[in-house]
Design a protein around this ligand. Structure first.
Ligand SMILES: [Zn+2]
Length: 114
């Protein structure tokens, strides 16, 4: 198929339609920071036809870059990049930690004698 350049407005419209139809990244399933990607990049002869478009998140699109890459290959690369164990998350509240408080009252596990 002959490459037909879309003007900016037509491209924006098509991109929005493709993203509305595919609300998650085709590779990792992320619903955020989605971009319309040319499966075959325009530089390699790919067209703006919807059949040449897929939705990828920014991370997966950055992995794919300007080349032809299968979804499986993107996933494999993504798995290589992701740390095996995610770093622990600490939540900083901005308040000093509360000092330890002794527990008061009777907390014996003995049944009360009737
Ligand atoms: Zn992704």
């Amino acid at each position: 198929m002959e490459r037909k350049e879309l003007n900016r407005a037509a491209w924006r419209h098509l991109r929005a339609r493709v993203k509305a139809a595919n609300p998650a990244c085709a590779a990792c399933g992320s619903p955020s920071r989605l971009e319309a990607d040319h499966i075959i990049p325009p530089k390699l002869g790919g067209t703006d036809h919807p059949s040449n478009l897929q939705v990828l998140c920014r991370t997966c699109n950055a992995i794919k870059g300007n080349r032809i890459m299968s979804i499986a290959a993107i996933r494999a690369k993504l798995a290589q990049q992701a740390p095996a164990v995610p770093p622990p998350r600490t939540v900083y509240t901005g308040r000093p930690a509360r000092p330890w408080q002794p527990i008061t009252g009777d907390y014996s596990t003995r049944r009360p004698t009737p």
